[in-house]
Design a protein around this ligand. Structure first.
Ligand code: G3H
Length: 232
């Protein structure tokens, strides 16, 4: 069943998307890049708030920033997000450096945090890397886009290619997600591929992804995801 991930830039937005029906609240600073990170003090505050929530309680994730694919840089950034108490940590698989070495360096963290590898549809994602992601003990893998000015995920990958990614990740036992400037119109087609969640930021905001979350847009996307999964 496909869920709804909403990326938020502040504590206020965290409460808004929870009220709007998000299944995963994703702490991300869009002004700092595709996977811009919150500062550690704000992460701790969000974790404290999240711990007070009762049912329905969304999952909580956070991004580690747009790091170079160097094992030390990626591990340090991921350790710091996990140490703030965030249960799900999302990190980018950029085209530079040694992705396999980064995954291997993170294996020891997988007992303390659920790690998600974020592949980018506009950076020629190498699905063969999914095996290494699973071997390192990651919790999930998803597709997103790195360049938010270059169109959405479906502009860079066709339905069959996205479907192959989802299906390979599932076969490996990974939680699967799809994002990348998605809009309401993308929901029915992508839900057909049965990812575990669809992720949004820009479509939830007024004034673009670096703008502010609009509760009306959150509710519309949330309703569309729920409707599509009923129809699937
Ligand atoms: O993880 C999901 C993303 O934050 C998606 O952001 P976007 O919809 O602005 O590409």
């Amino acid at each position: 069943m496909t869920g709804f991930l909403a990326s938020v830039a502040s504590l206020e937005e965290t409460a808004l998307v929870r009220a709007g029906g998000a299944d995963i609240v994703d702490l991300k600073d869009p002004s700092r890049g595709a996977l811009g990170a919150w500062d550690v003090d704000s992460l701790r505050e969000a974790v404290e708030l999240w711990r007070t929530w009762s049912s329905p309680k969304p999952m909580l994730s956070a991004t580690i920033g747009d790091q170079p694919m160097q094992a030390n840089a990626v591990r340090n950034a991921a350790e710091s997000v996990a140490a703030a108490g965030v249960p799900i940590v999302k990190l980018g698989v950029f085209a530079d450096g040694d992705a396999r070495a980064c995954f291997a360096a993170l294996a020891s963290l997988t007992s303390r945090a659920k790690l998600i590898a974020v592949f980018f549809g506009d950076l020629r994602p190498d699905a063969a890397l999914l095996d290494s992601v699973a071997e390192a003990g990651f919790y999930g893998a998803m597709l997103d886009t790195a360049d938010k000015a270059a169109g959405g995920l479906r502009r860079h990958m066709d339905q069959a290619a996205i479907g192959r990614f989802v299906s390979r990740a599932k076969t490996l036992g990974l939680l699967t997600g799809l994002a990348g400037s998605l809009t309401l119109e993308d929901v029915p087609a992508l839900t057909q591929l049965a990812p575990d969640y669809l992720g949004f930021r820009g479509a939830l905001c007024s004034g673009g992804r670096a703008g502010r979350i609009d509760i009306g847009q959150v509710e519309r996307i949330s309703a569309a995801v729920k409707e599509s999964r009923r129809a699937a």
